[in-house]
Design a protein around this ligand. Structure first.
Ligand SMILES: [Zn+2]
Length: 174
């Protein structure tokens, strides 16, 4: 996904000629064997605060991470380095039966986490969907903190990740 520089920004899904998101197009891309993890994660370019700053939408006083951890919000910080959301990764990895310290950058994190599924293609797909579900819930929580001032507990977020992953897996396999 990326935004186009037009009069009004809009989201474009790059994985289908219609430029509209569908579960099938996402699934095909996620499960393709000939793409790298970096290519996979580059599809999820988001309007994080550093990206908005680069585009002149916000100034340097507005760059702080939504969790109020005191750091600047960029993709790697928000999803893989923030102490707040790091606890969510820990909860989810424990739920999956692993305890691991994950890399702090998107490409290595994706490779490491999705690799926990081993060599089985089914497991690899499932772990990839769970990985994307965590990103999705972090992004929703970040937006909730910014736009509605609400804060979910980590346990609530973990349950949302499981529920989201379940529905995405169900839509792929049923
Ligand atoms: Zn943070």
């Amino acid at each position: 996904m990326e935004t186009e520089d037009t009069m009004l920004d809009r989201w474009v899904w790059k994985l289908h000629s219609s430029q509209r998101y569908s579960v099938k197009s996402a699934y095909s891309f996620i499960t393709a064997t000939d793409i790298t993890h970096n290519e996979r994660v580059n599809c999820f370019m988001l309007p994080t605060k550093d990206n908005l700053h680069k585009r002149g939408v916000i100034d340097t006083t507005q760059l702080s991470c939504a969790t109020t951890c005191g750091k600047v919000e960029d993709n790697d910080h928000l999803f893989f380095q923030c102490d707040v959301y790091d606890c969510l990764w820990l909860l989810i990895s424990k739920w999956l039966g692993f305890e691991s310290v994950f890399h702090g950058t998107i490409g290595f994190h994706s490779y490491q986490f999705c690799g926990l599924g081993g060599v089985s293609k089914c497991y690899r797909i499932a772990f990839t969907i769970i990985w994307i579900s965590v990103l999705y819930i972090i992004w929703k929580d970040r937006n909730k903190r910014i736009f509605t001032s609400g804060v979910d507990t980590l346990e609530t977020m973990a349950e949302k990740v499981k529920s989201q992953a379940y529905w995405w897996l169900k839509s792929c396999y049923v």
